[in-house]
Design a protein around this ligand. Sequence first.
Ligand code: HEC
Length: 133
Amino acid sequence: MKRKLIFVTAIMVAIPLYAQADAVSELQAKYQTQSAGPFSAKAGEALWNKKFIDARSGKERNCTVCHTTDLTKAGKHVRTGKVIEPLAPSANPKRLANVEKIEKWFVRNCKWTLGRACSAQEKGDVLAFLKNL
Ligand code: HEC
C-alpha cells in the first residue's frame, strides 16, 4: 500500500517536470531554427530586469512590474491589480509546461514591456533563465 502511494506520488511529480522540460526544449529548438542560440540564463536575467521606456507615457516598464523580482512569489498585474501566480517552476509546477501558453504571453508581454516583439534569441534566453528558478 505504502509502496503504491510512493509510486503514484513519484509519477505525479515526474509528469509536470517532464512536460516543463519538454515545452522549453521544444521552443528553444524552434528558436534555433530561426538562427538563435546558444541561450544564456544570464542574458535572460538581464533582459528580465532591463528597463524600457514606454514611448507614449514616458514611464519605465519591465518584466518585474507585474511578475516582481522574486519569481517564487506571486506577482500583481500592474494595470488590473489581478494576482499573477509565481512564474518560477519550482514554486509553480504548471509554469513553462505549455508551448502555446508561453508563446501567447511572450507576444503580449514583450509588446507591452519592450514596445516590440522579443527576438528568438531573447525568448530563448528568458526561458533559459526562468526554467531553473
Ligand atoms: C502588464 C503585466 C505583465 C508584464 C509587464 C509581464 N507579464 Fe508575463 N504574464 C502576465 C500575465 C497576466 C500572464 C498570464 C497569467 C498567468 O499565467 O498567471 C503572464 C504570463 C507569462 C508567461 C507564461 C508562463 C507560463 O508558462 O505560464 C511568461 C513566460 C511571461 N509572462 C514572461 C514575461 C516576460 C519575459 C516579461 C517581460 C518581457 C513579462 N512576462 C512581463 C503579465 C505580465
